[in-house]
Design a protein around this ligand. Structure first.
Ligand code: MTE
Ligand code: LUZ
Ligand code: MOS
Length: 778
């Protein structure tokens, strides 16, 4: 055995592979363009290419699809419709109301009717447009308002009540009430939906799929093929973005590719081009609100009554949990004693809306922020003062409307730190002064807080598994149930394992997420990926370390607890031995060098009937200040500076976490400003490409962007006391929206609440300015 006599410095207890700013595990491959996505995997000889034939009607019945021209089109090998599915024609995640192919009834423009398989991707796409369908049109609901008026819902309405909101509203000294409309959002992952189905012997199926949820893809494919799940294997090395859009809605693509591959006994790849992807798949739910908030002279809220109508689309998909999360985030960072909160999942003849970063949380929280913004202007006070007055605080003001007590509230100190570091008060004066001298260009400023609950609000999903292999050369391979979509989960899980085994990160590799390795995994979602899978991988690695410690301690006749692991070495009885040498010796002694690991988040419970319980493991906090300038003649605007402070607990990887905050901030800003979804009178989405749908670009990022992590330690025993970072920072750019509203309000000398809806496009900003000017002109 190679042994050194001197101890490496970091054996003295400072060895840490967690908490360090390691680059993303695939950063080099990303930059070189050599990271492998599904469409980059070398195609197997005989691979065919598929495209979907889509409905042109929003709501209609049909009896026949005339496929003559499709079949006659160049390169076409086969066309498959609903009746060609050997198993169940269903790809819905919870409630099974999503057919793979429409069967006699279409419910939105873009709904898949059939899959055409051809020699090339182009030939498949050309052929897919040639079907003739004998539609008989039915009346359609194209807006949430229309669905709500007809009480047409995909799920029963939900309601959370605490106290007596009606009575306290009636007694309230002041009321802020009104309506608000907030648009949806396309996930716009850079890699579109794609599945590559490869038949295996004896009707087994292997599917490479860009998905956040390999286990659900496995189940959906198995049901569609009429097979047991053990004959279906789904694998995902990485996605080029998911953002919630590949949580449930990768299923259609996996199932359609698998059904075609099974029928033809040839590999079939189904890759959506951008237009089809946007026409077919669901997005963030747009919301319509009617709010009525009672408050006292100091701006303290005494009661909230809120009705939210969601655009669910034609089927339930994840709308139930989305609406639940919306209701559970209406409080945001504020103590609301008396509430009456309702959510209605309007059934519309449009795409079935689904998960999108924040999962209804942003939509819930925006409503209370809007009301608070109204209150501040009405009282002539700074909105930050009203916010602080309503923050969760001491005992008596620390229980959420759904009954969870906060034991980790840091909103006061966090906001105070940001208020100082951003020079908020000084800049408020500067903005007022600027606006006093600038008749056309107006500046606006806002500070908004975030509190976001971490855990799946569907209890059983809070579990994860992992496998850790240590090979005889001391290298480590990790596999876990989480999927990589750019967020850095694999990097974090590698760090956790390297830390546990005391080896450098370079000694650890991660393999593709694979249903044959870890079974029954949850979607990588609800920001819980690193929390859950990090814990599971730690559990696995710990068992191996304990076995190695027991083994080497036995060799030296010392207690196992005295053995240390650090810097690629093992410290035992004053000796420093290379980890690889200990492993090699343990192998010869027949010690098991691999392990599984499992984690289930403790302490969660939820009663869906009363909408009360303890749905979250902990809360993540944050706040941001944004300063904008608008042109009151054109509605153009620019974000001049943004300061964001986010509570990632003891961050597992500050570089990745800061990247997540920056990305979420800009993505949320896009949602609230430039990204507008439009459907025409026939129900066709007209914004189905980047030519008509504007996501932020690098030039929309503020020149001055200051992102920092709030120094904190998770009160809850999360993985190394870190906190989730994936979704909560998407709420930080509320500050951009309210800064725009502040700039618009300056036109009316801050006396009128501008009726600004989201997205605050230039047109919407101009409309709000005109409304303010109208009221202001005697
Ligand atoms: N970051 C990147 N780069 N790409 C993504 O698709 N998805 C977000 C967030 N950050 C996403 C991302 C969403 S919706 C979630 S739920 C989390 O990452 C999931 O990953 P985590 O739980 O491992 O943080
Ligand atoms: N709940 C949740 C869920 O809070 N976030 C999710 O992403 C989710 N997905 C499915 C079911 N419940
Ligand atoms: Mo994220 S919306 O929970 O996939």
């Amino acid at each position: 055995m190679n042994s050194r006599t001197e101890l490496p410095a970091n054996l003295a207890g400072i060895w840490a592979e967690v908490g360090r700013a390691h680059p993303h595990e695939s950063a080099t491959l990303h930059v070189l363009g050599t990271a492998t996505y599904v469409d980059d995997v070398a195609e197997i000889h005989g691979t065919l290419h598929a495209a979907l034939g889509l409905s042109t009607q929003a709501h209609a019945t049909f009896t026949t699809i005339d496929l003559t021209d499709v079949k006659a089109s160049a390169g076409v090998v086969a066309v498959l419709v609903a009746t060609d599915i050997p198993g169940r024609n269903d790809c819905g995640p919870i409630i099974h109301d999503d057919p793979i192919f429409a069967d006699g009834l279409v419910q939105y423009v873009g709904q898949p009717l059939f899959v055409v398989v051809a020699d090339t991707h182009d030939n498949a796409r050309r052929a897919a447009r040639l079907a003739q369908v004998d539609y008989t049109a039915l009346p359609a609901h194209l807006t949430p308002e229309s669905a709500h008026a007809a009480q047409s819902y995909v799920l029963p309405p939900m309601r959370l009540q605490r106290g007596d909101a009606a009575a306290r509203l009636a007694q309230a000294p002041h009321r802020a009430s009104g309506t608000l409309s907030v648009g949806g959002q396309e996930q716009f992952y850079l890699e579109g939906q794609v599945a590559y189905a490869i038949p295996q012997e004896d009707r087994a199926m292997r599917v490479l799929c860009s998905t956040q949820h390999p286990s659900e893809m496995q189940q959906v494919v198995a049901h569609a093929l009429g097979l047991l799940a053990h004959r279906v294997n789904v694998e995902c090395r990485r996605m080029g973005g998911g953002f919630g859009g590949k949580e449930s809605q990768s299923a259609l693509w996996a199932a359609a590719a698998a059904v075609a591959a099974d029928k033809l006994k040839r590999p079939v790849k189904l890759r959506a081009d951008r237009d089809d992807d946007m026409l077919v798949t669901g997005k963030r739910h747009c919301f319509r609100y009617a709010y009525d908030v009672g408050y006292d002279d100091s701006g303290r809220i005494v009661a909230v009554k809120l009705e939210m109508v969601l655009r669910a689309g034609y089927s339930a998909d994840l709308s139930g949990p989305v609406a639940t999360r919306a209701i559970c985030h209406v409080d945001n960072a504020y103590y609301l004693s008396d509430v009456d909160l309702r959510a209605f999942c309007g059934k519309t003849n449009t795409q079935s809306n689904t998960a999108f970063r924040g999962f209804g949380g942003p939509q819930g929280a925006l409503a209370i922020e809007y009301a608070i913004d109204d209150i501040a202007r009405t009282l002539g006070m700074d909105a930050l003062d009203i916010r602080q007055r309503n923050f969760y605080a001491e005992a008596g003001r620390d229980v959420t409307p759904y009954g969870q007590q906060l034991d980790d509230n840091v909103i006061y100190p966090l906001v105070a730190e940001l208020e100082t570091s951003s020079a908020y008060r000084q800049r408020r004066d500067d903005v007022r002064a600027f606006n006093g001298t600038s008749p056309i260009l107006k500046k606006g400023l806002a500070l908004t807080p975030v509190k976001f609950g971490i855990a799946f609000n569907v209890n059983h999903l809070n579990q994860a598994g992992a496998l850790v292999h240590v090979y005889v050369d001391g290298s480590v391979l990790v596999n876990h149930g989480g999927t990589e979509m750019g967020q850095g989960i694999h990097t974090k899980v590698m760090q956790v394992v390297a830390h546990e085994l005391g080896v450098p990160l370079a000694q650890v590799q991660i393999s593709a997420t694979d249903t044959a390795k870890v079974a029954n995994t949850s979607a990588t979602a609800a920001s819980t990926g690193a929390d859950l899978n990090g814990k599971a991988a730690q559990h696995a690695a710990r068992q191996i370390r304990d076995r190695l410690a027991a083994f080497i301690a036995g060799q030296y006749d010392v207690p196992a607890a005295s053995v240390g692991f650090a810097d690629g070495s093992v410290l035992v009885a004053g000796q420093v031995i290379r980890f690889a040498d200990v492993v090699a010796k343990a192998y010869l002694a027949r010690v098991q060098l691999w392990s599984d690991g499992f984690y289930a988040t403790p302490g969660l419970h939820w009663d869906s009937a009363s909408m009360t319980g303890h749905p979250f493991s902990y809360f993540a906090y944050g706040a941001a200040v944004s300063e904008v300038i608008i042109d009151t003649l054109t509605g153009e605007w620019k974000l001049l500076r943004a300061d964001a402070l986010y509570d990632a607990g003891e961050s597992l990887n500050p570089a990745i976490d800061i990247g997540q905050v920056e990305g979420a901030f800009i993505q949320g800003m896009g949602w609230l400003t430039t990204e507008e979804l439009c459907w025409n009178k026939d129900g066709k989405l007209t914004t189905h490409a980047p030519s008509t749908y504007k996501i932020p670009t690098v030039s929309d990022c503020p020149d001055d962007f200051r992102v920092a992590l709030f120094k904190n330690r998770n009160v809850t025993d999360s993985i190394h006391r870190s906190k989730a970072v994936g979704e909560p920072p998407l709420l930080l750019p509320f500050s951009v929206f309210f800064a725009i509203r502040d700039a618009v309000a300056s036109v009316g000398d801050y006396r009128i609440n501008p009726p600004l809806n989201a997205p605050a496009t230039s047109e919407e900003i101009l409309k709000a300015i005109e409304a303010v000017q109208l009221v202001n002109t005697p």
